[in-house]
Design a protein around this ligand. Structure first.
Ligand SMILES: [Zn+2]
Length: 376
């Protein structure tokens, strides 16, 4: 879901980043404030003034969303849930949680912290705006404060919609979870509501589109698609987490993987390993000890005429933490490493000995089977 991120700053241990899509939102917001909302609501000012108001408004939106996510994160940390960082993207922000909350109460408090903070911030801006009008601040300054006040209240209201994974959906899930004590069922109901709400927004978007409100229609549809996708994905994540919890890498690995001796020529490696087994990466090992890795990347940079004279030991690369994992690691961790690095298999290493390989395919097969036998 998240593409390339730009890291901006770190605040009390939380990394604040923006996704590239956020830049698009920043431009759109600045433009629609400077050319639409501010000229319509506030006096006769120069173009430059409206552009400055637009930039201030977009910056205020950024800070408001960071503040909202920050409050989620502070509560999460208070309950011992590690938050990797806060990322802003086109539809808002997200605090990246590594684990699900342990109980319904924690989830409720964490979920409510964001909208509550937005309400407080919204009233704060409106209060400063009111004070500003009494002491006669310049109207453009007041205009931006007024906008930020309402923006935060709208932000709170939108997030409180009971559509998982929005905050309101999390509140709904925590109540269901508390009532029945079943997280999987609660997630299923909450994400069904979330996905239904997504479809509703898509339909609204299409109706706008048909009636000539093209941009509005596109926005509704995009937000609808995003909410629907996120709802379905969150449910799948809970299923996967449930199925994998308590399992180690050793459970899924294939022992005795195919290894390449370091003395083999590149020609031999291509013909008898790459073309025979169709893997992109092979562990290189001598007498059971792992000496490195060889991947198709190293090989494709070697000119063909050197394939017979060069050997694997001349071009192998050290195995990195991205390609190796220990057998007693949690299987969920292996899955997220595979997801993060985009590699289809990891080498299972105990000390300096290679004990097996773990592939995405084997883990998915197990998940399918478990969900099939024990029901979703
Ligand atoms: Zn939130």
């Amino acid at each position: 879901m998240y593409g390339r991120k730009i890291h901006l700053f770190t605040i009390v241990g939380f990394n604040v980043s923006i996704d590239f899509t956020w830049l698009l939102l920043a431009v759109l917001v600045t433009w629609s404030l400077a050319r639409g909302l501010f000229p319509a609501w506030f006096g006769n000012y120069s173009m430059a003034t409206y552009w400055w108001m637009g930039v201030a408004g977009a910056l205020g939106l950024f800070l408001s969303v960071v503040f909202h996510e920050f409050c989620h994160s502070i509560v999460a940390r208070r309950f011992g849930l590690p938050i990797k960082g806060i990322t802003l993207f086109i539809f808002g922000g997200v605090a990246e949680m590594e684990h699900e909350p342990q109980n319904a109460r924690t989830e409720l408090l964490m979920a409510i912290a964001g909208p509550l903070s937005s309400v407080v911030l919204g009233f704060f801006f409106l209060l400063v705006y009111a004070l500003g009008t009494i002491i006669r601040w310049p109207e453009p300054v007041g205009g931006v404060l007024w906008y930020l006040g309402w923006l935060n209240l709208v932000l709170a209201a939108f997030n409180l919609l009971p559509a998982f994974p929005l905050d309101g959906g999390r509140v709904l899930r925590s109540i269901l979870w508390f009532a029945k004590g079943n997280l999987r069922w609660a997630t299923r109901v909450a994400s069904t509501v979330g996905s239904g709400f997504g479809v509703f927004l898509i339909v609204i978007g299409l109706l706008h589109f048909i009636n000539g409100w093209v941009i509005t229609g596109i926005w509704y549809s995009l937000i609808g698609m995003f909410i629907r996708g996120a709802a379905l994905m969150s449910y799948r994540q809970v299923l996967v987490r449930n199925a994998l919890s308590g399992e180690t890498v050793a459970h899924f690995m294939q022992p005795d993987p195919i290894t390449v001796p370091p003395s083999v020529s590149i020609r031999d490696l291509v013909d008898n390993y790459f073309y025979k087994y169709h893997y992109k990466m092979f562990p290189v090992s001598e007498d059971g000890a792992l000496t490195g890795c060889i991947t198709s990347n190293e090989v494709k940079n070697i000119p063909r005429e050197q394939w017979s004279t060069l050997h694997v030991q001349d071009v192998l690369v050290p195995c990195s933490i991205d390609t190796t994992i220990s057998p007693d690691t949690d299987a969920m961790r292996a899955l997220s490493l595979i997801n993060k690095t985009g590699r289809s298999r990891l080498m299972v290493v105990d000390g300096d000995r290679l004990v097996g390989v773990i592939t995405l395919k084997d883990m998915l097969k197990f998940l399918d089977l478990k969900i099939d036998l024990e029901g979703a």
